[in-house]
Design a protein around this ligand. Structure first.
Ligand SMILES: Cc1cc2nc3c(=O)[nH]c(=O)nc-3n(C[C@H](O)[C@H](O)[C@H](O)COP(=O)(O)OP(=O)(O)OC[C@H]3O[C@@H](n4cnc5c(N)ncnc54)[C@H](O)[C@@H]3O)c2cc1C
Length: 283
């Protein structure tokens, strides 16, 4: 059973940071969905409900998603999803159920840096940063690999671009954790492909490492992308073997690129789809 020895409802982020720094064992609580899985007494939890972090703000340059925005808010925000190829709504749609998504927060999902995270995989392919009370703004790709420090995630920022994007994932059963997930996004003249649930933390491939230069990738470029994605490290657990994941990662990444690519020539689209279709069976 989850217990708290002390509960602090901070009036603002500075007060919360002070408690986090000076009260031994203090932890920020998001929706508490992950924390409640443990059977322990936390010395002190900090509630950020009064810190104004539960909105998605839009400016000319970016969307600022507060840490206490829930996954359900993320799913139903029309402006954010319309601007980002609907990848966030697609990514969170199968996370357990609406009731849980109404509690789980963006802050907890991103700060947790879980390998299976659909939220991180989708955000990683976009131009996303995190904003931390102490460390400031950091690109998400960098944050994912940072050690867990005493800090408070206040916002996730998604910079605006003309995104073409698609999110793909395989779950062995509806609402289960993803066996593998992939998100492809074309922005700023380049493809960005994130692969998560490897089962280690999601990885981002772009530029030469991905090998796809055209906005409408050729069949050859797709084959390169599949090879690059399969070149990442995978391993086995209850949700899938290393070999199964490696294979599926290539298929899902190629499907995500084809789904997101703004094909205007039916021949090019058919050739690209043929590459994906040829990958259906495990080699
Ligand atoms: C049964 C189950 C199934 C799930 N399935 C999926 C799934 O398929 N896909 C998926 O992506 N996710 C899944 N999740 C994870 C879930 O979506 C949330 O990511 C998770 O519960 C964390 O969100 P939370 O708000 O509950 O965080 P909490 O549990 O409150 O916190 C998680 C961690 O983050 C820290 N933290 C929270 N907020 C902040 C902050 N603002 N600043 C600093 N530290 C912070 C906490 O101290 C804690 O260490 C699942 C969770 C459960 C329990």
């Amino acid at each position: 059973m989850l217990k708290f020895a002390r509960y602090v409802r901070a009036a603002n982020v500075d007060d919360a940071l002070e408690v986090l720094r000076f009260r031994k064992g203090a932890q920020v609580m998001g929706g508490g969905i992950w924390m409640r899985l443990s059977d322990r007494t936390y010395p002190c939890v900090i509630d950020l409900s009064d810190c104004g972090l539960n909105t998605i703000e839009e400016t000319d340059e970016e969307f600022r998603i507060g840490a206490y925005v829930t996954l359900r808010d993320l799913e139903v925000d029309g402006r954010l999803n319309a601007a980002t190829g609907n990848v966030l709504a697609t990514a969170v749609h199968d996370i357990v159920g609406v009731q849980m998504r109404q509690l789980a927060t963006v802050g907890g999902s991103v700060f947790g840096r879980f390998g299976f995270s659909d939220v991180i995989c989708a955000l990683l392919a976009l131009d996303a940063e995190v904003e931390l009370a102490e460390a400031g703004r950091i690109p998400l790709a960098q944050f994912v690999d940072m050690p867990y420090e005493l800090d408070i995630l206040t916002h996730v920022i998604v910079r605006k671009h003309d995104y073409r994007a698609s999110y793909q994932c395989l779950r062995k059963a509806a609402t289960d954790f993803a066996t593998i997930n992939a998100c492809a996004a074309y922005w700023d003249g380049a493809w960005h492909v994130a692969v998560g649930s490897r089962p280690a933390k999601a990885r981002l491939l772009t530029g030469d490492a991905l090998g796809v230069a055209s906005a409408k990738p050729t069949a050859d470029e797709l084959a390169h992308a599949i090879e690059a994605v399969r070149g990442l490290k995978y391993s086995s657990n209850l949700w899938g073997s290393e070999r199964y994941r490696r294979h599926l990662a290539g298929v899902l990444a190629a499907r995500a690129i084809v789904d997101a690519a703004p094909y205007t020539s039916p021949e090019a689209a058919d050739a690209a789809r043929a590459v994906c279709a040829g990958e259906e069976a495990i080699a």
